[in-house]
Design a protein around this ligand. Structure first.
Ligand code: PGA
Length: 264
């Protein structure tokens, strides 16, 4: 599990990058960052073949190793797939579910995302559920409607008692890997709406406690401003997580935040 109310969460998403040597080399600095900043929960999601080396190098440290995807079934005839049960057996702590690259490039529907969230929870890990609008949806003024629909589908099979294991990432599709970020007002508007939707589905307590991260072109420069926003509980970081120094600066920015008083 990786989500904890009020404790900032910084998670790296390495996507399909880094070979075994490079992955092994980058884990060390992340372990150090996680140890140097105990106020921050630090995680990283390498690609599947690098999970073993990442787990071995992170052993005994607070760095949480996550996966970038999981199948909704625990086992069976699904060639090329990896189940949440397998990941759990290795010691994986969280699984990114519903990333826009999987929704758009691999055809993952809202329904598929919902079954994957259930599988990750069933296997006692944190689903880090990604939601976010495309550029045309933003331009059409349907952002809040799209994000609410994605949240409803993702949480459709979630029980209120599972809420403490959940984490959400708001990632506008047009901000991912582009260097463009929404205005701070836009981030706050969507995070507030996500929190209200969680409360409607899982109750007020969950609405207050579920960590909501921002993702999309977060870097060492913009992190302090974004992480300082109300209702932003951390960041899901792609490109900048491939650079030890930049990722460490983002963890430092999260560590420097004043204590949150939202949840009690
Ligand atoms: P980015 O990616 O930080 O490179 O924009 C974020 C993500 O896809 O999670």
């Amino acid at each position: 599990m990786i989500g904890e109310p009020r404790r900032p969460l910084i998670a790296g998403n390495w996507k399909m990058n880094l070979d075994e040597t490079a992955a092994a080399a980058l884990i060390g600095p992340l372990v150090e960052a996680s140890m140097a900043h105990p106020r921050v929960r630090v995680g990283v999601a390498p690609s599947f073949p690098m999970l073993r080396v990442a787990l071995d190098r992170a052993a005994g440290s607070p760095l949480v190793i996550g996966a970038q995807n999981a199948h909704s079934e625990d086992a069976g005839a699904f060639t090329g797939e990896v189940s949440a049960a397998m990941l759990r057996s290795m010691g994986i702590g969280f699984v990114i579910v519903g990333h826009s690259e999987r929704r758009l490039l691999c055809g993952e529907t809202d329904g598929v995302v919902g079954t994957k969230v259930a599988a990750v929870l069933r296997n006692q890990m944190t689903p880090l559920v990604c939601v976010g609008e495309t550029e045309s949806e933003r331009n059409d003024g349907t952002t809040l409607r799209v994000v609410e629909r994605q949240i409803r589908a993702a949480l459709g099979q979630v029980d209120a008692t599972d809420a403490k294991a959940l984490a959400i990432a708001y990632e506008p599709v047009w901000a991912i890997g582009t260097g463009r970020v929404p205005t701070l007002e836009q981030v706050v508007e969507v995070h507030t709406s996500v929190r209200q939707e969680i409360a409607r589905i899982l109750g007020d307590r969950a609405g207050a406690d579920v960590p909501i991260l921002y993702g999309g072109s977060v870097n060492d420069k913009n992190a302090p401003e974004i992480l300082g926003l109300p209702d932003v509980d951390g960041a899901l970081v792609g490109g900048a997580s491939l650079h030890a120094g930049r990722f460490r600066s983002i963890v430092e920015a999260a560590s420097d935040l004043p204590n949150r008083s939202r949840a009690c």
